[in-house]
Ligand binder design. Structure first.
Ligand SMILES: *Cc1c(COP(=O)(O)O)cnc(C)c1O
Length: 419
């Protein structure tokens, strides 16, 4: 099954989802991007260059690790993890930004812009822009700028300009809107590096294509290491790019079950979560350039979302997943903030791995399901990112009192310096 073969249906649509809903003025720019993307996709040299850049710059291929201790502890299926946390900048996001950076060079554009929520995509984009010599501007909600200082610090020191957006709720969706405005004004020399598999066509297809490197590697590695394919593959889902990445390695294998794990936040019925499909709380709508399931109220106003993991805290979901979910091809589950904290502690203590809070949502679901599977079953989790870079957020989430006194002490030192 090739979900990206549009010869029978409408270009850029997955069932009823996707499309391009943009102001008229951007149509030429999107068309130019689509043409360039098609050329890249059809040119085997492009993919070779992409792979070799990721190899030398980001350490790909990332390995697969067998979690022997955790598997024994749970007493069921054998658990394997794809280590995209070992990438440069600490997550799978670098795959997408390097891909779009190479594409931007082909487009002949010298300036890149991006939206960012927690700052992880902005951080990865700023790294790439420094490497490729692009001017770089990152849009970030003012609330996020205030609470994500470490990533803002890195972006600025990497040479990017960080714009603090004071519209609306001053978070991710407001940053996306502001970024779109910049694009409309500067489209002649600017490429918009969208951070996940959402937005107008061709972004969902393009970001999925770059992230498919995860699934390509994982399929081959599982066959080499275990002699067969996994029975189940788990991945956390924010916009859906890391999950699309690993799932594409197994999409045609009927016997491999694919499970997407969304942010259950404070739980079902709390209205403080980002589980669009698992809680069946979202409605189909059009926003930010595409049609999909969005968390919105009766009047079509976007709801407030919440997750302990900033990278999963988003109103919409990749249109491809909306379609695959309706088709029963991908199952969706949710993990609550509390479950995430418990799973993170367990994984750290049994395996010495530190998954990002986002990633840990995939672990929660796998940990729930592994014990009821027999020992000859194999499951694979995509470790989309590492948590050590998020020490401020994780220490807060785990409510670590020694960390708090360390931070208070630091603040006191700065005060003493001032006086
Ligand atoms: C941004 C992020 C995510 C969520 O984005 P997707 O597009 O759904 O993959 C997941 N994990 C990590 C580590 C991230 O940084």
């Amino acid at each position: 099954m090739d979900i990206f073969d549009f010869s029978e249906g409408r270009e850029g649509y997955y069932g009823d989802f996707g499309g391009v809903f943009l102001p008229e003025i951007l149509h030429g720019t999107i068309e130019e991007l689509l043409q360039c993307f098609r050329d890249c996709k059809n040119d085997p040299n492009f993919w070779t260059e992409y792979e070799s850049m990721l190899k030398s710059y980001s350490g790909r291929p990332t390995p697969i690790t067998y979690l022997e201790n955790l598997s024994k502890h749970l007493g069921g299926a054998q658990i394997y993890v794809k280590r995209d946390d070992l990438n440069h900048t600490g997550s799978h996001k670098v795959n997408n930004v390097i891909g779009q950076g190479l594409l931007c060079k082909r487009l002949g554009k010298k300036r890149v812009i991006a939206e960012t929520g927690a700052g992880q995509h902005g951080f990865a984009t700023a790294t790439m822009a420094a490497k490729f010599g692009f001017d770089c501007r990152i849009y970030m909600g003012a609330v996020d700028v205030a609470r994500q200082r470490p990533n803002v610090f890195w972006m600025e020191n990497l040479g990017a300009e960080v714009i603090s957006v004071t519209d609306g709720q001053q978070t991710l969706k407001d940053a996306v809107n502001e970024c779109m405005r910049d694009w409309v004004t500067n489209m002649a020399d600017t490429h918009y590096i969208l951070g996940t598999a959402c937005g107008p066509h061709p972004f969902p297809e393009m970001v999925s294509w770059f992230q498919s490197i995860i699934g390509k590697e994982a399929r081959k590695q599982m066959l080499e290491q275990t002699g067969r394919l996994p029975d189940k593959v788990y991945a956390c889902v924010g916009g859906g790019s890391n999950a699309m990445g690993i799932f594409q390695g197994f999409m045609d294998d009927e016997r491999v079950e694919l499970i997407g794990c969304e942010a259950g936040g404070k739980g079902i019925g709390s209205y403080m979560h980002s589980a669009r499909l698992a809680y069946d709380d979202a409605k189909v709508g059009v926003a930010q350039g595409y049609k999909t399931y969005f968390l919105q109220n009766e009047d079509g106003n976007m709801s407030e979302t919440h997750s302990v993991a900033a990278g999963l805290d988003y109103i919409g979901i990749n249109p491809i997943f909306s379609h695959l979910w309706e088709q029963g091809k991908v199952r969706f589950e949710a993990a609550t903030d509390e479950e995430v904290k418990e799973a993170l502690k367990l994984v750290m203590k049994t395996e010495g791995l530190i998954p990002a809070l986002e990633t840990t949502h995939g672990f929660v679901t796998a940990i729930k399901e592994a014990p009821s599977l027999s020992k000859d079953k194999i499951i694979l989790i995509n470790q989309s990112g590492r948590g050590d870079k998020d020490i401020f957020t994780i220490a807060d989430a785990l409510d670590d009192s020694k960390w708090k006194s360390f931070i208070t002490g630091k603040a006191r030192d700065y005060d003493l310096e001032k006086n």
